[in-house]
Design a protein. Structure first.
Length: 576
């Protein structure tokens, strides 16, 4: 990126592709949050892209030059000329913060517990400025007016009450302008309004929070570090683990969703978490008899899905989680062990290059997926050792990592692939980037473990809310019938033709949604998108749609589409 709106992308560092940014302004800085890129620059320019190839201009509310941007795990922070500081939870809606300065801030960085911004007075180069925003218990968690947040405490507050944690940040009257709800595991799908504001809060519990008119953030200023258990040999960290007991449904064969929190003040990878069943440790994907290896995080309008196989997640401070506990857990002692193994960055593990295959530049999620799928590089492993990683292996760890490596190679060869779908309702500030379709060597016809379900409607916030979802409906899957956010088909030792039906769903008709997609160029070349309601066909590789997507008018609250892939005779969609 640079002068006259230049943006270049590359998967190798040697071959670069020019992308259309939609601006001629100078672009000064870029950051990746794990789900999207954000670029800042001249005249208040802010651009976002989930892929690196399709860019959307966002309103910053300022014409000042924006010099740098950082991602803390919870929010983007931008600094610029005239003391400008902007923050955003999603890269779309930006809030101006007060720096107390009138000269330029030229850099900002996040150190895992503190934001640091630097600047200088242009008239006096010996006059430098350093600003810090201490966040010892994880960065501030952002809130958006009128939207629910599912949060958890990253430490034990000095005053462990609603008023003690939130009262100094949130304006208005508790119970009128803002509310906190608790969902006890003993009463599924029942939300309890916590009143009065002196009600206690606990670090291991997930809470629903909504303010009717406030867009900003909340922070935990004082508290004590979470209590870690150091004596459990199943903990993968010698520093210790925070342990959360899980609760199964008391009767029947159904599952019970536990609304919990991520209880640590620094990011931790879900694949490092352990599921302990009667003192035996499993990686999440090996414990699915007892606990689903998927967890769900509320993004303001829908749940985002993660697991430890093909949608690896990094847990963030202040995050509330939904975890599905199965009936087989009844009668057993089941815990989640969250290890003190901080992720030193917000990207997935760095990887060794696997050869010289060149099938087009993987961008956005595809690049991050490859980072996870290929075994971590030696440097990353060594850095983890310095953080106190214990060498004891959990059940299923070796098998999961071998499967991960096999998928990584298949993705790089182009034998396996996926396409990510993005939906955005700009007018209501809603996004959904959770849907994937594709082909895998070991996927099955019908349901398999790579098909991740949409959680039940009852798992949503305490009150009706604005929603935007992209789902693959499968009423044809028998006992597994339902809606899914991922839908993988088998390659059958090749790349056979296949089609996927999906729906865009909103809480109300009449809005406008922008639908985009990202995937391997060779797959897009052989794919078409059919709008079933209007009978319109779109070439998935058309440059116009690759840049802007298609505009979907929500004539009704559900719109129907089919993605058709024509296949490739030689079985290598990644090769032409």
């Amino acid at each position: 990126m640079g002068d006259t709106g230049t943006i270049l992308t590359s998967s190798t560092g040697s071959t670069w592709t020019s992308q259309t940014s939609g601006t001629t302004n100078f672009l000064a800085s870029i950051v990746w949050s794990g789900s999207q890129f954000v670029v800042v620059g001249e005249s208040g320019t802010i651009l976002t892209s989930p892929t690196g190839s399709t860019w959307t201009n966002r309103s910053s509310g300022t014409a000042n030059f924006l010099n740098d941007i950082a991602w803390s795990g919870n929010q983007f922070v931008v600094v610029g000329n005239a003391g400008t500081i902007l923050t955003s939870p999603d890269g779309i809606t930006w809030t101006s913060q007060t720096s107390g300065l009138t000269h330029a801030l030229i850099g900002v960085n996040w150190s895992d517990n503190q934001l640091v911004a630097v600047g200088f007075d242009g008239s006096n180069y010996d006059s430098s400025t350093i600003l810090t925003s201490a966040c010892p218990w994880g960065d501030n968690t952002p809130l958006r007016a009128g939207l629910w947040s599912l949060i958890g405490l990253p430490a034990t507050p000095t005053t462990s009450t609603i008023a003690g944690v939130f009262g100094d940040d949130l304006p208005g009257t508790y119970g009128t302008n803002w509310r906190v709800y608790w969902r006890p595991s003993a009463t599924p799908y029942t939300d309890i309004f916590l009143t009065p504001s002196s009600s206690p809060l606990a670090p291991s519990v997930g809470y629903w929070l909504k303010h009717l008119s406030y867009t900003g953030s909340v922070a935990l200023q004082t508290g004590t570090a979470p209590t870690l258990i150091t004596a459990n040999p199943n903990c993968p960290s010698t520093v210790g683990c925070f342990e959360i007991p899980l609760v199964a449904a008391p009767t029947g064969s159904g599952v019970l969703y536990n609304q919990i929190s991520f209880p640590l003040p620094y990011p931790v990878a879900w694949w490092d978490v352990r599921v302990e069943v009667d003192s035996v440790a499993y990686v999440p994907s090996a414990a699915t008899t007892y606990v689903n290896n998927t967890y769900w995080v509320w993004n303001g309008s829908s749940y985002t899905t993660y697991n430890d196989v093909l949608k690896p997640g990094i847990l963030q401070p202040w995050q509330g989680l939904q975890v599905e506990v199965k009936a087989a857990s009844r009668g057993h002692t089941v815990k989640l062990l969250f290890p003190a193994i901080p992720k030193t960055s917000q990207v997935l593990p760095q990887t060794d290059p696997v050869a010289s295959w060149d099938h087009g530049a993987p961008t956005g999620w595809a690049a991050a997926l490859l980072d996870w799928l290929i075994a971590p590089a030696t440097a990353e492993e060594q850095s983890m050792q310095t953080m106190g990683r214990r060498g004891r292996e959990a059940i299923g760890e070796r098998e999961r990592d071998a499967r991960r490596d096999a998928h990584g190679r298949a993705f790089q060869e182009g034998r396996e692939w996926n396409v990510q779908l993005f939906a955005e309702d700009v007018s209501r500030n809603l996004q959904n980037d959770d849907a994937f379709l594709g082909q895998l060597d070991d996927a099955k016809v019908g349901y398999d473990e790579y098909d991740l379900p949409v959680p039940p409607v009852e798992l949503g916030p305490p009150e009706a809310t604005t929603t935007l979802n992209v789902v693959f409906p499968h009423p044809d899957w028998g006992t597994r019938a339902g809606d899914y956010v991922t839908d993988y088909r088998p390659t059958n030792r090749g790349a056979p033709a296949a089609s996927w039906r999906f729906e865009i769903r909103t809480d109300t008709a009449g809005g406008v949604v922008q639908l985009r997609w990202n995937g391997p160029a060779a797959v897009l070349k052989r794919s078409v998108l059919l709008d079933e309601d209007l009978g319109t066909r779109y070439s998935a590789s058309d440059a116009q749609y690759a840049q802007d997507g298609i505009t979907v008018v929500m004539h009704q609250s559900v719109r129907h589409f089919t993605w058709r892939y024509s296949g490739k005779p030689n079985g290598r969609p990644g090769k032409d």
